[in-house]
Design a binder for this molecule. Structure first.
Ligand code: FCB
Length: 439
């Protein structure tokens, strides 16, 4: 039987994604840096102080993008770097970001720029951070967004407003993220502020650049009841799904915040949907912490779970997530803005990549308007509370020497981008069925 051709639509964007705090080094003026100073907050006591030194090495890093035949790249601009103090713009830092964008364009790579990827300036945090939704507080973010939009005018940038509202919210439900508090009330308030920041970003960039394309980036949690026959598990799954997904979708569609109050301007404030996809979430009151992200005795073996984070791969979930986005937002262009695995086993990373791309392709065949795919990540980097032990890169990082070495998965991804299809050799190597957790 002839092998199926997994070819992607013409003009499909192939990229990788990164975030400023995770790769740049030297970001000591934000809430994550503060959090890192707490003993025990970061695994092995790792620090983002140097990270991949990308702030200085960006040209070398972007040369890799060309070697990997990339036509897109997703990065973030660090607010605390541009505004180390309220109202004081660091022009040199802004120039550096402009140089980065120019370097990408020189290489014919479409930049996707995220305005807020987890970190906020320390001074803004001290003024109430994500729990303060007052106009003058949000105006600081507006100033930052407008500055960046104007600086990148005419450079063909696609905009991502906020990265993963529901994951930032985890800082108010778990101790993995700052401010490491546990309060449902505060979590809901933080979601409302983040929706308001998204609206602020959308409005400011649109005002500065009316023709630009701007989208939210959402991490879709595929929430399932642990026992589908249990009423209580099903009710919990619905509630958790609303908290993580539904509240955000509803906000974008109706303009309502989590408690139902309307925010003018929120409704319809996304031109495309940025989907990050990693894992499933099974919920039940009978589970410790009510949640699990891996089945007991996964068939892929514990060492193949996402290192440190313990997510079990769920390729089919990417297909289901894409279908859900298309159902919630009919006709809206979609980009997979992140997908990848933290592992030391690069063959497993390749399989993960192929399995997920098969599912992305299936969604395209079903009519989902998927326009691009960004692998997380270009190179190993500072994986938040997991520090450096979770390696997500197509490029291996030696943090001691800052030496970058391409992995086989990187070579494979480069070939995929070049062909705009999964190459036959990879299909042969990872044949048959995709990996499926035994729910
Ligand atoms: C996502 C984050 C990204 C990275 C990956 C592994 O939730 O957006 O910064 O940490 O997870």
């Amino acid at each position: 039987m002839a092998q199926k051709e997994y070819a992607f639509p013409k003009g499909f964007l192939w990229g990788t994604a990164t975030a400023a705090h995770q790769i740049e080094g030297g970001n000591r003026n934000n809430n994550w840096w503060e959090f890192e100073q707490r003993p025990g907050a970061i695994r092995n006591g790792d620090s983002s102080a140097k990270a991949c030194d990308h702030w200085n090495l960006y040209k070398k890093d972007f040369a890799w993008l060309t070697k990997l035949h990339q036509n897109a790249y997703r990065m973030s601009v660090e607010w605390s770097r541009l505004y180390p103090e309220p109202g004081r713009l660091d022009r040199k830092a802004l120039d550096r970001y402009v140089a980065m964008i120019d370097e990408l364009r020189k290489r014919k790579i479409t930049p996707f720029v995220t305005l807020l990827h987890f970190t906020v300036p320390t001074w803004w945090d001290r003024q109430g951070g994500l729990l303060n939704r007052r106009r003058e507080h949000l105006a600081h973010f507006e100033e930052f967004c407008t500055t960046v939009a104007e600086a990148f005018r005419g450079k063909g940038v696609y905009w991502n407003t906020i990265n993963e509202i529901s994951i930032v919210m985890l800082g108010y439900l778990t101790d993995e993220f700052p401010p490491a508090e546990k309060s449902f009330l505060k979590a809901a308030r933080a979601v409302n502020t983040l929706l308001a920041l998204h609206e602020t970003a959308y409005r400011s960039v649109k005002r500065a650049l009316p023709d630009s394309k701007i989208g939210l980036v959402h991490n879709m949690q595929m929430v399932q009841p642990l026992d589908p026959r249990s009423l209580s598990d099903r009710a919990l799954a619905r509630a958790v799904d609303f908290l993580f997904n539904g509240s955000i979708f509803r906000g974008l569609k109706t303009g309502r915040l989590i408690h139902g109050k309307r925010l003018p301007g929120l409704r319809g404030s996304t031109d495309f949907f940025g989907l990050n996809f990693y894992n499933f979430m099974q919920v039940s009151r009978s589970l410790p912490d009510m949640v699990r992200t891996a089945t007991p005795d996964p068939t892929c073996g514990e060492e193949k779970l996402c290192a440190g984070i313990g997510w079990e791969p769920y390729p089919e979930g990417l297909y289901l997530a894409l279908k859900r986005v298309a159902a919630e937002f009919p006709g809206m262009p979609v980009y997979v803005t992140e997908n990848g695995i933290g592992t030391d086993d690069d063959a497993w990373r390749r399989r993960y990549l192929v399995d997920h791309l098969k599912m992305a392709h299936r969604a395209v065949e079903d009519g989902v308007d998927l326009r691009g795919f960004f692998h997380w990540s270009l190179m190993d980097n500072f994986e938040w509370a997991q520090g450096y032990m979770s390696r997500f890169g197509l490029i291996n990082m030696d943090y001691r020497t800052q030496k970058r070495t391409l992995r086989e998965s990187g070579r494979l991804y480069g070939e995929i981008s070049l062909r705009n299809a999964i190459p036959p050799a990879a299909l042969k190597k990872f044949p048959g069925d995709i990996y499926r957790p035994r729910f």
